[in-house]
Design a protein around this ligand. Structure first.
Ligand code: DX5
Ligand code: ZN
Length: 222
């Protein structure tokens, strides 16, 4: 199958007072990435399930919820109910990541696990059979507009090798500091899905930037 990089703009960098219009500005997006922060797991507070549900109502695009929250087993189901296509939670916050993934699947929603920059992936490779996506954070979660940390790409390479060797249908996503310059090395390392907040919404033409990012990922893998 030809490489089909997916671009998931993060609405964290959009104008929260005008979310419907901000989403209308990015018809080229593959997924809409929604960053949920609880002020405990990360030192920032954003939005919750009611706003995610409102986002889901104004777009036909798959909604990708990234939960940067404590106790995901308690809250993840609300995001599936809000219409998410995929819900990703952090393994650092989950006592039993498998249980959270199973709960999401039981609701007909995809499940992703995420690791912060300092968290190794090896202890979680056994979970690959039970999830649809692994999100490798390339900044410390909490804020948009930070600089890309290239050292996390070793984890991407490890995951790529494992997923291919075991012939699994698991996507590798990267999030944090992705722009026209950093997307190439991420794609070359093996990423499939690219979250970009400030690069997209900070561009004069956000939709054109999505095309630029997608082309950058394709070129790097060609
Ligand atoms: C950070 C969030 C990201 C953020 C990315 O904790 O998970 O999704 O919006 O923003 P940029 O692309 O600006 O690094
Ligand atoms: Zn995110």
């Amino acid at each position: 199958m030809p490489y089909q990089p997916l671009i998931a703009p993060s609405i964290l960098s959009a104008d929260f007072a005008r979310l419907d219009r901000e989403i209308d500005r990015i018809p080229a997006a593959d997924w809409i990435h929604v960053d949920v922060m609880d002020g405990h797991f990360v030192p920032n507070l954003t939005i919750g399930a009611p706003v995610a549900a409102a986002v889901g109502r104004v777009t036909d695009k798959p909604m990708d919820c990234h939960l940067m929250i404590e106790d995901p087993v308690r809250w993840a189901g609300d995001y599936a109910d809000a219409g998410a296509f995929n819900v990703t939670f952090h393994v650092e916050a989950a006592e039993d990541p498998r249980a959270v993934a199973d709960l999401l699947h039981a609701k007909g929603c995809r499940a992703g696990i995420s690791v912060k920059p300092g968290t190794a992936v090896e202890p979680y490779l056994d979970l690959l059979e039970h999830v649809d996506l692994v999100l490798v954070m390339s900044v410390e979660p909490g804020f948009g507009g930070q600089s890309f940390m290239p050292e996390v790409l070793d984890k991407v390479r490890t995951l790529r090798e494992e997923i291919d060797r075991r012939r699994l249908d698991v996507l590798i996503q990267i999030d944090g500091g992705i722009d026209a310059r950093t997307i190439g090395e991420s794609a070359a390392a093996g990423c499939d899905v690219f979250v970009a907040g400030s690069a997209v919404y900070g561009a004069p033409d956000p939709d054109a930037m999505i095309e630029t990012l997608r082309a950058g990922a394709r070129d790097a893998r060609a």
